[in-house]
Design a protein around this ligand. Structure first.
Ligand code: TXA
Ligand code: MG
Length: 349
């Protein structure tokens, strides 16, 4: 192990560790830390050299802007204006898994916003994240703490796996509560547009403005002339090493179809992983079978998704077959990540 790792209790994080981590950020270093969504790879958002190190550590394309993380509501200095709709969303959902895109001020270096005139801001709910930002005394730019393209880490072990030796400090310890990255809402346009679905659902946002809609490009296979508005959503993403296929349709038929496909792969001498649910896990055989959780509780499915994808990497499966979920509520965010992990390889049962 090359990078120092410090385990923290998120209810009562050790202040000495947070002070040290905050100092590293202030001095231009990199710290991986937990949030309620996924682990983040943080640097001082106002220091362009520090932010540049994030892109290098992750192997991230330079045209993909970073979200900045704050610990209080005084964001006026980072944006041209806070639109009324953004204010309402902040009041309702911050701290929490919601990133708001606004027009950026000159305080935000262009490397942070990848040359865009806008910036995404969020206030995380996790105490370690909040404490770190307060100690740093600066906003923290942080993408998910994974090597670009891999599933985001929801456990500290996965952070270490991807970033050991590439960052100055790794802090955390507990599994992330939400397990999927924050919902991103573009507040520079009217009506506001969801660029990435997450733990704050479209239904919840429509309580504030019933015109909120989801960027139609993100649930579909990327095609020319139909590009997602969040630059990061165009890349193949969230992908384990093995290819993923999603089987959609009536659940009973899907189970039968998955079993049929499993047999074909076994005949070809391949090791198959199946992403099942508590309700269906008993139906399968002849594969490495893992449950994402109960279909009755889509939040638990979201929480486990990236972890299970990475476990299949550990098992060195050759192919992963996944059940599908209804695209409602949290199901929208789950299917968005699954489809991207699968490169939109979808089979209708
Ligand atoms: O939950 C999260 O948001 C996590 C944790 C660490 O806070 N962070 C995260 O960051 O998911 P990242 O960099 O993996 O994803 C940020 C996404 C990318 O798809 C990026 O293109 C988009 O946000 N984004 C950032 N700034 C943007 C902007 N100004 N306009 C449009 N999209 C933006
Ligand atoms: Mg990411």
């Amino acid at each position: 192990m090359n990078t120092k790792v410090e385990l923290l209790n998120k209810e009562k994080p050790n202040m000495k560790v947070l002070e040290k981590a905050g100092k590293i950020i202030r001095n231009g270093g990199l710290v991986a830390f937990p949030t309620e969504t996924v682990y983040g790879l943080g640097a001082n958002a106002l220091d362009d050299e520090a932010v540049q190190k994030i892109f290098i550590a992750k192997g991230r394309p330079q045209d993909n802007p970073l979200i900045i993380h704050v610990a209080d509501f005084n964001i006026e200095q980072f944006v041209k204006e806070v639109p009324l709709i953004a204010k309402k969303m902040m009041e309702e959902f911050w701290p929490g898994p919601l990133t708001l895109i606004m027009k950026k001020s000159d305080e935000i270096p262009s490397v942070t916003s990848a040359g865009l005139e806008s910036v995404g801001i969020r206030m995380p709910a996790n105490n370690v994240a909040k404490g770190l930002i307060k100690e740093a005394g600066v906003p923290i730019a942080a993408p998910s703490a994974n090597i670009s393209g891999r599933p985001s880490p929801t456990e500290i072990e996965r952070c270490i796996q991807d970033l050991d030796g590439k960052v100055d400090y790794i802090i955390g310890g507990e599994k992330c509560n939400v397990g999927l990255e924050s919902t991103i809402v573009d507040c520079t346009v009217d009506p506001p547009c969801i660029l990435r679905p997450g733990g704050i659902t479209v239904e919840m946002l429509r309580e504030i403005d019933d015109r909120v809609y989801i960027d139609p490009a993100i649930m579909k296979k990327p095609e020319e002339n139909f590009k997602p508005k969040a630059p990061g959503m165009k890349y193949r993403h969230y992908a384990p090493k093995a290819p993923v296929k999603i089987i959609t349709g009536d659940l009973k038929k899907s189970i039968a179809k998955i079993q049929e496909i499993v047999q074909n792969y076994i005949d070809a001498n391949m090791k198959v992983g199946i992403m099942a649910t508590d309700e269906t896990i008993e139906e399968y055989s002849n594969a490495i079978i893992k449950s994402l959780g109960s279909r009755e509780d889509l939040y638990s499915i979201g929480k486990n998704l990236f972890q299970v994808l990475r476990e299949f990497d550990d098992e060195k499966v050759d192919i992963i077959l996944s059940e599908a979920f209804d695209e409602k509520g949290m199901g929208i965010a789950i299917m968005n990540r699954l489809k991207k992990a699968a490169g939109f390889d979808i089979i209708k049962a």
